[in-house]
Design a protein around this ligand. Structure first.
Ligand code: TK8
Length: 342
């Protein structure tokens, strides 16, 4: 991304720039410098929208609040940075919801495979009362969860072979793929059900693990595969769209409590505005990244309905094991919201 005047810009004319910042300057309630750590790179929608979040706060406080965004997991991985929020050694971070299920177990609903049939359904769920309840449930953890946004539909990539079926993952005549997963039990169960050797690992360690052949594959949205240059060590992609993962923008409770209520309201508003832009940009990045990856030589397999059905069939045991543990009523409520979206 080219960052001019501190303003974040998407890296291609096909991708939207942030909306103009509106609203009057909030009265002076002191000055704050906010340090924010994220896992993705400076070309990702997550980083571009986090800079936009900072630009809103800076403009609406006449420079009294500034946000320094540290990308590429340089301050730690999702789990470490959430712990740093609890101790107050970091002000903000932006993990996948999957990394936060130890704090709010209901978030694991988002990890169920093929639960959300479309981005519109996912957005409706993230904007629902049910989702707000999950953000509120961070209350006693030392973390103020501000808003959901889009990490996106996860796709399989690997360095061994084209994959069009669970049999290709399991490797009936060759060994099963070793697939890195997030440190999340439902994701482990998904790739076990598909016959892989799942290896949970922090995102920051993933590129070198693939480069050294410690893992054959991983699964993330196309925009992450592109903006983290995974195509340099992964030749094959498969459009599985097996899970839609949200991000959660969060602030240390200690930082939040140092802010005057007027600043708190502004932070909450800026989080929502930047999340809205992030979702739009992430949606634009999805197809654009896939075509960029193909242009750079990644062989991407698209699956037809029958091939998708084979993956959905293979991961049914994950629902049998995890629906009771996550909560059948919660899952039914989420599915009702998703199905109500035309
Ligand atoms: C980035 C992570 C990443 C996630 C993963 O902080 O670990 O694969 O999808 O994007 O949250």
């Amino acid at each position: 991304a080219t960052l001019s005047l501190g303003m974040a810009h998407a890296q291609s004319p096909e991708l939207s720039d942030p909306p103009a910042i509106e609203g009057e300057v909030v009265a002076d309630h002191g000055s704050h410098t906010i340090r924010m750590g994220i896992g993705l790179s400076e070309t990702s929608p997550q980083y571009i929208s986090s800079r936009y979040f900072g630009d809103i706060l800076e403009q609406r406080t006449d420079g009294r609040i500034t946000v320094n965004v540290f990308p590429n997991s340089q301050l730690g991985d999702d789990v470490q940075m959430m712990e740093m929020l609890q101790t107050g050694t970091l002000d903000m971070t932006y993990p996948s919801s999957s990394a936060a299920t130890t704090y709010v177990s209901e978030l694991a609903a988002f990890d169920l495979p093929f639960l959300l049939p479309s981005r519109e359904a996912a957005i409706a769920v993230m904007h629902s009362e049910v989702a707000q309840g999950m953000l509120d449930a961070f209350e006693d953890t030392g973390i103020k969860a501000l808003t959901f946004s889009e990490n996106g539909y996860r796709q399989l990539s690997n360095s061994a072979r084209p994959v069009t079926s669970p049999q290709d993952v399991a490797g009936l005549d060759v060994r099963g793929l070793t697939v890195r997963t997030m440190e999340n039990p439902v994701h482990l169960a998904i790739w076990e059900a598909l016959g892989a050797n799942p290896t949970p690992m922090a995102f920051g360690e993933l590129f070198s693990a693939m480069e050294q052949g410690v893992v054959d594959g991983q699964e993330n949205p196309w925009s992450t595969i592109l903006t983290s240059n995974f195509n340099e060590v992964q030749d094959y992609g498969t459009e599985t769209r097996h899970v839609y993962t949200p991000f959660i923008m969060m602030m240390s409770e200690r930082t939040w409590n140092r802010l005057d209520p007027a600043y708190q309201a502004l932070v909450q508003e800026a989080a929502r505005q930047s999340a809205e832009y992030e979702i739009q940009l992430s949606a634009e990045y999805d197809d654009w990244s896939r075509s960029q990856l193909e242009e750079r030589g990644m062989q991407i397999t698209r699956l037809d309905d029958e091939q998708i059905a084979a993956f959905q069939e293979a991961v049914q045991p994950v629902y049998e094991e995890w629906s009771p543990r996550i909560g059948e009523d919660l899952i039914a409520e989420i599915q009702a919201i998703a199905n109500a979206v035309q």
